[in-house]
Design a protein around this ligand. Structure first.
Ligand SMILES: [Zn+2]
Length: 399
């Protein structure tokens, strides 16, 4: 059984389904800039999950969104004088190229907001009609904003387990608007942003023209592509609150209090030069730049796999050098005609990954086998082939 640390319960839990396919949703990028190592860490982590679950014989249905309707995208397009759709198309193409290079298995459905607008509007209207949302007039415009009324969602707070004070401390920094006059609760999340002069808008039917808030975009896409409940929701730890908490609150409303995701898992943050890697700080290590510098994408993947997904870490060039050395050692070990029997290593890799994705432990198992092979141990002519296929299938490392 694959066991993962569940954010919501704070405990290690088996995540495999008892019947049917394993259903997983991972929040996707806002396509206004290139993929950095922090993003890549998230998608490689959930790629390991998918590979583990498949290895155990389950089918997987994996949905990922792309936030192609959101403020940062519009702001960057404005700044650069380009159409936001052209910018999004270009960045999505680069993201997919990066993911392919890193051997990340693609989602079954890669879903944009714009193409999902009807389903999103329908969900907002359902919450409104059920008395779980309320409008606020937009000053100086004839449109309305619509907010979720958190007082109608008693399950709110289950995902993060945070106190109200902890929530309010980060809400404004993470896209919230606690000081908007007229809100019933400062934490109520925006469901629909009414039209404002100069902003892109869509037809919201009875909502009027405008565009959806970020959280309801993911909620609606999840429900329309996976249903609820589903098995695993994932993303970076910076999405625990408000994004995943608010998405769940909306889904409880839509599902009449049902469970949304059975499990939540979150990738820790990656730092560079002393601070969390982020677009706003500009301290990014881009996957595409490393690739263009000639770094083997498998070495980039090994940099990520050498870290546990639940521990924050800082990227340094020496980590990259270590990964390049490791890859070269593995390739040398796998190029011999005979080598130590592989089964113990295969079992060891499986056991490490099943234990909350101990990828660093799995790499150490391969290192130990490679050391023995390079020392001339073993006489198994099939070992290298078996181990190479195992590394490909379970770790996504192609040697
Ligand atoms: Zn999301």
């Amino acid at each position: 059984m694959l066991r993962l640390h569940d954010t919501s319960s704070g405990a290690l839990q088996p995540v495999e389904p008892t019947t049917g396919p394993f259903t997983m949703y991972v929040c996707g990028i806002t396509p206004y800039d290139a993929t950095h190592l922090g993003h890549a860490a998230t998608y490689v982590t959930f790629d390991l999950v998918q590979r583990q679950v498949r290895d155990r014989g389950h089918a997987v249905r994996y949905v990922q969104n792309v936030t192609d309707v959101d403020d940062p995208l519009f702001e960057r397009a404005d700044r650069d004088g380009v159409d936001f759709r052209d910018l999004a198309r270009r960045e999505v193409a680069l993201f997919r190229e990066d993911m392919t290079a890193l051997a990340v298995l693609p989602p079954d459905a890669y879903v944009g907001v714009e193409e999902s607008m009807d389903g999103i509007v329908e969900k907002i209207l359902a919450l409104w009609d059920a008395g779980q949302a309320y409008p606020l007039p937009v000053p100086g415009e004839s449109s309305v904003d619509v907010y979720l009324d958190l007082a109608t969602e008693p399950e709110f707070g289950q995902v993060s387990g945070w106190t109200r004070e902890e929530m309010l401390a980060v809400f404004a920094d993470r896209g919230g608007d606690p000081d908007r006059p007229g809100k019933r609760d400062r934490l109520d999340p925006l469901l629909w942003r009414g039209a404002r002069a100069g902003e892109p808008t869509w037809d919201g039917g009875r909502l009027g023209s405008g565009r959806p808030g970020w959280h309801i975009e993911c909620t609606a896409i999840t429900i329309d592509h996976l249903g609820m409940p589903f098995d695993l929701k994932g993303g970076g730890t910076d999405l625990v609150f408000p994004h995943h908490e608010m998405s769940a609150a909306q889904a409880y409303g839509l599902g009449g209090g049902a469970v949304f995701a059975r499990h939540y898992a979150h990738q820790a943050m990656v730092a560079y030069e002393g601070e969390k890697m982020s677009k706003s700080k500009g301290n990014l290590v881009l996957v595409s730049r490393l690739r263009h510098e000639g770094i083997d994408p498998m070495a980039i993947r090994l940099v990520l796999l050498a870290q546990h997904y639940r521990r924050d870490w800082e990227y340094t060039p020496s980590l990259r050098a270590d990964a390049q050395d490791r890859l070269a050692r593995w390739r040398a070990a796998l190029s011999g005609n005979v080598a130590p029997a592989p089964q113990e290593a295969v079992d060891g890799i499986r056991a490490c990954l099943a234990d909350d994705l101990d990828s660093a432990g799995a790499l150490a198992v391969v290192d130990a086998w490679a050391d023995r092979a390079l020392a001339g141990e073993g006489e198994d002519p099939t070992a290298a082939g078996v181990l190479a296929r195992t590394l490909d299938a379970l770790l996504g490392v192609r040697v």
